[in-house]
Design a protein around this ligand. Structure first.
Ligand code: PEP
Length: 257
């Protein structure tokens, strides 16, 4: 982390878990375990129908509510889709785009991720843009090449002012939900590489200001070491974000100098 230049963010991704009625007790338990002074922005990304409840009860812990996906379209006849305006209207401040589960199960391409990020930015929502390599790509030594391509494509047509609202999440696919975490060195190496890609496009200052998160089985035990890395500015957390005590430990792990 480098708090001097950028925001530290601990973001949960609840995926298709939990119910709106479970948010109040979750936040109450989280509050009991959180330190009085916050050293990071706490974000909880939930299914869209749960965002209003997160906005309502999350205030207790200054939680910013987020969505997990968005339509690339502004409005119209797209049954089942949810627009960026609709997310903003119910109070979402962030939204995940390009999660590997969307890429794998819904065939989302890097171009589509770019369109979704732009749709969110147009409505004042910060996209959390997920990138990351498969195990096969890592084993073939293609990690940085592939991740650099994903970052460049996702940011295509996004200017330096809009970049300030973007968050990048490096999530090696082989580490998501598997209990296998990238080592702190592996995660730092790729996050540093992502910042270098952004530096090449936008220059040193904008690159220095972008928050880059690590995601992939981050938990109460490994968070401190991962967050100690200079280019890892927080975490995108799946499984451990469903447990308020574990999630609070990860938030507390941002309190390091
Ligand atoms: C995720 O889904 O973004 C994620 C990182 O999940 P987990 O923490 O469970 O690996």
């Amino acid at each position: 982390m480098n708090r001097k230049y950028r925001k530290t963010i601990i973001a949960g991704n609840w995926k298709m878990n939990m119910l709106a009625s479970e948010i109040k007790p979750f936040v109450e338990q989280l509050k009991e375990n959180l330190p009085k002074t916050k050293t990071c922005e706490i974000v909880l990304c939930t299914p869209a129908v749960m965002i209003p409840a997160m906005v309502k009860y999350g205030k207790e812990c200054k939680i910013a509510a987020g969505g997990e996906d968005v339509s690339k379209f502004e409005k119209g006849a797209y049954t089942g889709e949810i627009s960026a305006a609709q997310l903003a209207d119910v109070g979402a401040k962030y939204c995940i785009v390009g999660h590997s589960e969307r890429r794998e199960y819904h065939g989302e391409s890097d171009m589509l991720v770019n369109e979704k990020a732009k749709a969110l930015l147009a409505k004042g929502i910060s996209p959390i843009i997920c990138v990351g390599e498969s195990l096969a790509q890592r084993e073939m030594d293609l990690t940085m090449e592939y991740v650099a391509y994903q970052v460049k494509t996702a940011l295509s047509g996004i200017d330096a002012t809009q970049l300030r609202r973007c968050v990048i999440a490096y999530e090696p696919i082989w580490a998501i939900g598997t209990g296998k975490t990238a080592t702190a060195e592996q995660a730092q190496e790729v996050c540093e590489g992502i910042r270098a890609v952004i530096r090449k496009i936008y220059g040193a200052r904008p690159a220095r200001a972008v928050s880059i998160l690590y995601g992939g089985s981050m938990n109460a035990k490994n968070a401190e070491e991962l967050l100690a890395q200079p280019d890892i500015d927080g975490g995108l957390i799946g499984g451990a974000s469903l447990k308020p005590v574990d999630f609070s430990v990860i938030v507390k792990a941002t309190d390091q100098d």
